[in-house]
Design a protein around this ligand. Structure first.
Ligand code: ZN
Ligand code: ZN
Length: 426
C-alpha cells in the first residue's frame, strides 16, 4: 500500500496499528477537552470554494481550487458535491451557528481528505485537524502548539521539533507586502515565472521551487519579521518564551511559508528527521480573519493539522506499534448439523463472559479442527459429538498442553474458566 498516491485500503494487518494510533491521539485530545466532530466526506462545492478562496487574489484562488475533487453533477437542481479537501471551513460554519459571546470551542476531526494535482487522479490522505475557536489569547496559541507536540511525543516521536514564524496582523503586513512587491519587480529576471507569480499574489506562498537563482533571490527578499508591529512582536516573543520554558525544541524560521493565505500572526510546523532529512509532519497557525469572511461572524481561531499517513509510516519504520495482549479464545466445532444450535448456545455463553470464540463453520475431522484451532491461536477446543451428548458431556482439548478431557454439559463455563486460570498462571 502506498500512502501517498491514490486511495487507501486498510487490510487487517494494518488496521490494528491504525486503531492504536487513533486511540492514542483521541486520548491526548480528550485530556485537553477537545471534542470530536465527524464531518461528512461530501461537501458542498460552493461552500468549500468560497472558504478556500476567501482571502486570496484571483490567480491564487484559481490555483487553490484546481485541487478540489468534484463528483459528477446529475442536474443543476442539486448543488455540486466535492470530496472534502480539508476540515477547517466546515468547522467554522458549524461553530458560527452555535457560538455565543465569550464562548470557546475545541474541536478535532480525523479521517480521509481528497485533493488532486493538475490532471492527476484524486489522492486520498488522512489528516487530523484540531481547532480552538473563540480566543485571541496567546495562551490559546501555546495550548494548541503544545498539544500538537504532546500528541507526537505520545505516539513515540520524541524527536519532534517546532518551527515558528509570525505572519503579523493586517496592519503590519501592508508595508511588508508593498516592499515584497517592489523587490519581486526588481528581481523578476532571477525568478522563474512560477515563483514570481505565486509570490506576487501571496508573499507567504511556498513556491516549492528548487531553482538555485530562485532560492537565492527568495532568501534575500524582505522578511515579515522585520515588519512586525509592537503588538505582533510582543505576542510572538511570548509564544517563543513559553515554548522555550516548556522545553520544546524550536527554531524561528523566517521563511516558514504556508500556501493558505488566511493565516495571521503565529504560524508553525512540526518537523521530524526521517530518512536523513527534515520532514514536515504537520503544522498550523492562527486564522482570525477567515470566519468573518465566510460566516459573517468574527471568530478568532487557531488550529493545526497532522499528516497521519506520514506519521503512520514513520512509526511503522521505527517499530513503534506494539501488539496488545492476545485475547484468550476457544475454538468450537460440532460433528453434526443437529448440534449446531447447541454450538451457538455455548458460544453465546462464552461471549456473555467476555471469552472470544472461533466457530468451525465447515465439517472437519477432529485433527483438522485441531490444526485450524492452533492456526487461529486458540488455547482450547470444544468438540460437540452426538455420542458424547447422549452421555451429557463434550470433549475439551487444551491445545497448549496437548491433553484432552471430557467435561460435563452443565459445567462447560466453569471448566473453561479453570483452564484459563491455569494457563494464566504458567
Ligand atoms: Zn501587527
Ligand atoms: Zn522558481
Amino acid at each position: 500500500m502506498n500512502h501517498n498516491i491514490g486511495i487507501h485500503q486498510f487490510t487487517p494487518d494494518k488496521v490494528w496499528k491504525w486503531k492504536l494510533l487513533e486511540q492514542k491521539i483521541a486520548h491526548v485530545l480528550s485530556l485537553h477537552d477537545y471534542q470530536e466532530i465527524r464531518l461528512s466526506v461530501l461537501q458542498d462545492y460552493q461552500v468549500i470554494h468560497d472558504g478556500l478562496t476567501a482571502l486570496m487574489q484571483q490567480d491564487e484562488a484559481i490555483h487553490a481550487t484546481e485541487g478540489i475533487v468534484n463528483l459528477c453533477q446529475p442536474n443543476n437542481d442539486i448543488s455540486l458535491l466535492t470530496l472534502r479537501p480539508e476540515g477547517t471551513i466546515s468547522v467554522l460554519h458549524h461553530t458560527a451557528k452555535i457560538i455565543q459571546a465569550n464562548e470557546v470551542y475545541r474541536f478535532y476531526y480525523m479521517g480521509p481528505m481528497f485533493r488532486k494535482e493538475k490532471h492527476d487522479n484524486p489522492t486520498e490522505f488522512h489528516q487530523l485537524g484540531v481547532e480552538l475557536l473563540g480566543s485571541e489569547s496567546v495562551l490559546s496559541e501555546n495550548e494548541v502548539i503544545s498539544l500538537g507536540i504532546k500528541i507526537c511525543q505520545d505516539l513515540g516521536l520524541k524527536d519532534v521539533s517546532l518551527q515558528l514564524n509570525s505572519f503579523g496582523c493586517q496592519n503590519c503586513r501592508e508595508a511588508f507586502f508593498e516592499d515584497m512587491k517592489a523587490y519581486l519587480k526588481k528581481h523578476e529576471d532571477e525568478l522563474c515565472s512560477n515563483c514570481y507569480h505565486k509570490l506576487s499574489t501571496n508573499p507567504f506562498a511556498d513556491t516549492e521551487c528548487d531553482n538555485k537563482t530562485c532560492r537565492e533571490a527568495i532568501g534575500q527578499s524582505p522578511k515579515i519579521s522585520d515588519y512586525l508591529c509592537p503588538k505582533c512582536l510582543n505576542n510572538f516573543s511570548k509564544v517563543k518564551k513559553i515554548q522555550a520554558n516548556l522545553a520544546h525544541q524550536y527554531t524561528v524560521n523566517p521563511k516558514l511559508f504556508k500556501n493558505f493565505a488566511y493565516y495571521n500572526e503565529t504560524v508553525f510546523d512540526f518537523v521530524i528527521k526521517a530518512q536523513g532529512k527534515e520532514q514536515v509532519i504537520g503544522g498550523g497557525g492562527r486564522y482570525d480573519y477567515l470566519s468573518r469572511l465566510i460566516t459573517g461572524k468574527n471568530i478568532p481561531a487557531v488550529g493545526f493539522y497532522l499528516n497521519i499517513d506520514h506519521i503512520f509510516e514513520i512509526m511503522d519504520r521505527r517499530d513503534l506499534f506494539t501488539p496488545q495482549d492476545k485475547a484468550f479464545s476457544v475454538y468450537i466445532s460440532s460433528q453434526s448439523e443437529d448440534l449446531e444450535m447447541m454450538l451457538l448456545q455455548i458460544a453465546h455463553e462464552m461471549h456473555e463472559n467476555d471469552i472470544k470464540t472461533v466457530i468451525s463453520t465447515n465439517k472437519h475431522d477432529i485433527e483438522e479442527d485441531a490444526a485450524l484451532a492452533t492456526k487461529a491461536q486458540c488455547e482450547l477446543m470444544l468438540v460437540i459429538r452426538d455420542e458424547n451428548i447422549r452421555e451429557g458431556k463434550i470433549l475439551m482439548r487444551n491445545l497448549n498442553k496437548g491433553h484432552q478431557d471430557y467435561i460435563k454439559l452443565d459445567g462447560i463455563l466453569d471448566a473453561i474458566l479453570l483452564a484459563r486460570k491455569s494457563l494464566n498462571n504458567q
